[in-house]
Write a protein that binds this ligand. Sequence first.
Ligand SMILES: Cc1cc2nc3c(=O)[nH]c(=O)nc-3n(C[C@H](O)[C@H](O)[C@H](O)COP(=O)(O)OP(=O)(O)OC[C@H]3O[C@@H](n4cnc5c(N)ncnc54)[C@H](O)[C@@H]3O)c2cc1C
Length: 265
Amino acid sequence: MNGLVSEVTRLGPTYVRIALEGDGLEGFEPNDATDAYVNVAIPPPAAPYEPPFDLDGLKDLPREQRPFRRRYTIRRWIPDTRTLWLEFSIHDVTGASGRWASEAKPGDALVFTGPAGSYRPDPGADWHLMAGDESALPAIGASLEAVPEGTPVIVRVVVDGPADEIELDSPGDLHLRWLHRESGHGEVEALADSVRDLTTPPGRAHAFVHGEAEEIRAVRRHLLADRAESLADLSCSPYWKRGMTDEEWRQVKAAWVAEMNADLG
Ligand SMILES: Cc1cc2nc3c(=O)[nH]c(=O)nc-3n(C[C@H](O)[C@H](O)[C@H](O)COP(=O)(O)OP(=O)(O)OC[C@H]3O[C@@H](n4cnc5c(N)ncnc54)[C@H](O)[C@@H]3O)c2cc1C
């Protein structure tokens, strides 16, 4: 599949929403998950081909000419206009997708496969917890819209500073707090500490904890060690790892996740 950039909206200094439209989205089948994601394919700078391309046709190219694969969450799918919203944290313009998103302009094509994904706020939970960083904001934004009216939902998100906060809405009873790295909330435990400090509503929670590997591991450890009794379900996945490109991360991710899962629980 592919989409053509129809609109680029800068929501913060390093955060951009990109709307995709066009005939390449015909037949796009969304799934029910609010953390649904697509796997985009971004050509390296000197690639001898241009998007839109057929991914299968590139399999025999030397590795350095094949596209970089990166996962991005579907912030919104608008079937009437066949519009797909993706949101990119442009944390490092040397990264393939950070660079693509920072330069994207109407008419550019983006090739992708998918979607996949599995989380959706359980309508039977008494309350919800969502924690992560910018990479999880699209999933948190989409998930908040699926929280039942009036149900408490506590959100903790780490971003660089106040200018990086974006608007988030929910029919639920939203309790949102932003943590700022620039004010000293940058260390690995900051997200876990903010969850540790929570006074939570009564009943069973459904939790969504996605983002930087070490940060979400610390949150997971706390939830399972100290709040297991009030946890109905936990969706937890390390989207990226500080200091590693996605290629490097994917090589060690399965072993790292197995180690994380052995922590507790
Ligand atoms: C299922 C899934 C869904 C995701 N959805 C989104 C999404 O909707 N939006 C989004 O922005 N990201 C999302 N991510 C994370 C994104 O795929 C990674 O951050 C990816 O590594 C970015 O690729 P890149 O080419 O820009 O940087 P890379 O080439 O992978 O990395 C370059 C450098 O930047 C660092 N880096 C990578 N990601 C970040 C980050 N987020 N913040 C700070 N430094 C970083 C790396 O550690 C490395 O040092 C998702 C990941 C998964 C697994």
